[in-house]
Design a protein around this ligand. Structure first.
Ligand SMILES: Nc1nc2c(ncn2[C@@H]2O[C@H](COP(=O)(O)OP(=O)(O)OP(=O)(O)O)[C@@H](O)[C@H]2O)c(=O)[nH]1
Ligand SMILES: [Mg+2]
Length: 170
């Protein structure tokens, strides 16, 4: 998988999204420091919110192949300045989170992410699972087998074995 670093304000849903991407149980845990978890890099929201810490996300971007800027559908304003994506020489994608929230406005969040320079926008809800598979597909590299593909592969192998046995019994 290509590595993605998730950035966005406190409560944007970065950690919950890492849990959803890994198929784990969703448990609230405040991020205190940058967490490296295989292909996922989770950052604390304070890095995006505090000017003095603002250089850290730019540096951590170089540890990843893709930068994910998160903006939840419920955010009242955007933290990302226009065209901020030019600060890193990595692909930057926008991720609108909490699309399930009835109080949210996903299109407004997507507009802010486009203004920040994101060409590709994912709409996700870690609660319902919407959009999670699309992010995994985007990070997939040749040779990677995603969990649902593995099941299909196993089924195909089983069917192939069964048909072999069927042929033997004939
Ligand atoms: N409705 C809804 N709530 C969500 C979703 N994802 C996360 N939340 C909630 O939003 C809150 C913050 O989520 P976190 O994943 O901890 O946010 P974070 O961006 O990691 O925050 P920091 O670690 O403080 O930077 C939690 O109460 C989550 O349960 C979602 O898809 N839908
Ligand atoms: Mg977190």
């Amino acid at each position: 998988m290509r590595k993605i670093v998730l950035m966005g304000r406190t409560g944007a849903g970065k950690t919950t999204l890492t849990q959803a991407l890994k198929g784990e149980k969703l448990i609230y845990k405040k991020t205190q420091y940058v967490n490296f978890q295989g292909a996922l890099i989770d950052t604390p929201g304070e890095y995006a919110e505090t000017k003095r810490l603002g250089y850290a996300p730019a540096l951590y971007a170089y540890e990843a192949d893709v930068v994910g800027l998160l903006c939840s559908s419920t955010e009242p304003f955007s933290l990302f300045p226009p065209c901020v994506t030019c600060m890193v020489n990595r692909e930057v994608v926008g991720i609108v989170t909490k699309t399930d929230d009835p109080q949210g406005d996903p299109e407004r969040a997507a507009g802010w992410l486009r203004l920040a320079g994101c060409k590709k926008i994912f709409f996700v809800s870690s609660y319902s699972g919407e959009g999670v598979a699309e992010i995994l597909e985007h990070l997939k590299e040749p040779g990677d087998v995603l969990p649902w593909e593995q099941k299909v592969k196993q089924k195909t192998t089983k069917t192939h074995k069964n048909s072999k046995n069927d042929l033997k019994s004939c």
